[in-house]
Design a protein around this ligand. Structure first.
Ligand SMILES: [Zn+2]
Length: 452
């Protein structure tokens, strides 16, 4: 059989010779000799019984049912390090009238109280998994709101059930999202126990809004958080400095707390927007501390350009993202992720990491160093999650995303429309689910009033 990606019928064969693919250089086993230009290496892949059996120079003799990609790109499947699958898709009944983060918080809290029963959370959560899977994602970490009393039982129960149901398709992790003072209160040991027995991570929100805020209480809370995480052998994933206030320097405090505790677990800090509005010397010192502490930084470009810089009737003047290029240049692992989709924190989004990466490239001027950035939705988030994946190497599962487009210019211009997703050597149905399948969760009159 001789197939091209133009009119692809993926062969129903145990051994497939996928010829002439362009792979971003950082996503290929480093032992493979680079061949090609623009940060892409052209190779042939031989897939056998669902794994990558060989990586050969492009144009090698055919070994298996042939699919000729004709230079189209081939990536490993994606990992989404920071999402909120419990909140997703509530937009028809919970919108955001002024687009601010304060309104988002208020409307989500009200929606949680009124609607977040098991059936509601599970339907929206699974819809999100179906979308992400169809776009080519094979690992997701979600934060789960634990603010409204008893919500944690419902949300972690849904998480565990869906983690089991989706095993082998999407690797799922969950983080408890709380205010960090929760770990000061011994009465909340039950929540920590629930998170631990669910295999989850400890999370929370840190920020400062003015120079007058005392930094000492947060130091104490962070010491207790990392002490608790170390005692229970749990990893930590925090929401950090999600604002445009130069005084918000809690990222540096977190890095220092990690080192004070000699914490050996994995630490991820998300958002960190305020880094971009600080004096160069302050930002450089913080970046150095983050590097020394071994923290992975995850930026949420689509959501933070949506939420940050909102002023009534005014156009935003800043982009809401942290200093992506400076962090990366300093050797900090930088990841890009989806964050919120179709909820009051972000009216749009579909858990498509290629859209996220394309947005990050445009917002952060990452196009001058494109070889580095495909790793931000593949290799680096897999490493941060401690999950195998994100690099094409012999012996790893044949979990691939194939694009007709050859160069990065072609790929990000068309945003990967028509991509082909291969899981364990087989092609999957790469169509996201129909929004109508969620209609039963929303009263028609509310939907009509709030649709954008
Ligand atoms: Zn978030």
């Amino acid at each position: 059989m001789n197939n091209t990606l133009n009119n692809l019928q993926w062969p129903d064969a145990g051994r497939v010779h996928l010829a002439n693919v362009n792979v971003p250089r950082g996503l290929l086993d480093p032992s493979i000799e680079p061949a090609g230009c623009s940060g892409l290496t052209r190779v042939d892949l031989v897939l056998d019984q669902g794994t990558i059996a060989q990586i050969l120079p492009a144009g090698s003799p055919t070994d298996g049912a042939l699919v000729d990609a004709d230079g189209g790109q081939c990536w490993p499947t994606f990992a989404d390090l920071h999402t909120h699958l419990d909140k997703g898709h509530i937009w028809p009944r919970a919108h955001n009238p002024d687009g601010t983060i304060d309104s988002a918080r208020t409307h989500v809290r009200a929606d949680t109280t009124h609607y977040w029963r098991t059936e509601d959370v599970e339907a929206r959560f699974e819809f999100a998994l179906m979308s992400a899977y169809a776009h080519g994602t094979s690992a997701i970490r979600t934060h789960l709101d634990c603010y409204v009393p008893s919500q944690e039982r419902i949300s972690f129960d849904v998480f565990r059930r869906l983690r089991d149901r989706w095993a082998g398709r999407v690797e799922l992790q969950a983080v408890a999202l709380v205010s960090t003072d929760l770990y000061d209160d011994g009465r909340n040991a039950a929540l920590v126990g629930l998170v631990q027995e669910s295999g989850g991570l400890l999370g929370g929100v840190t920020f400062r809004l003015s120079d007058g805020d005392d930094t000492q209480p947060l130091d104490g809370r962070l010491d207790r958080l990392f002490g608790l995480a170390r005692a229970r052998r749990m990893n930590v994933d925090l929401h950090v400095d999600e604002n445009g206030a130069a005084a918000s320097t809690t990222l540096a405090q977190i890095a220092q707390a990690v080192m004070r505790a000699d914490f050996q677990g994995r630490v991820v800090c998300g958002h960190c927007c305020s880094l971009s509005v600080q004096e160069d010397a302050v930002a450089a010192r913080t970046i150095g501390l983050v590097k020394d502490a071994g923290i992975t930084l995850v930026s949420l470009p689509l959501v933070n350009q949506y939420l940050q810089g909102r002023r009534p009737g005014a156009t935003p003047r800043w982009r809401g993202i942290p200093l992506l290029r400076e962090l990366q240049a300093a050797g900090v692992p930088v990841v890009l992720a989806s964050d919120n989709c179709r909820d009051p924190y972000h009216a749009f989004g579909d858990l498509d990491l290629l859209e996220v990466l394309g947005g990050g490239i445009r917002l952060g001027h990452l196009d001058t160093d494109l070889a580095e950035w495909p790793g931000a939705i593949t290799r680096r988030p897999f490493e941060a999650m401690g999950v195998q994946g994100g690099v094409l190497r012999v012996g790893s599962p044949a979990d691939l995303v194939l694009f007709r487009e050859r160069s990065h210019s072609e790929l990000f211009a068309r945003r990967g429309a028509g991509r082909v997703v291969i899981r364990h050597g087989k092609r999957i149905d790469a169509a996201p689910p129909d929004y109508r399948t969620l209609d039963h969760l929303f009263r028609a009159d509310i939907e009509k009033r709030t649709a954008p």
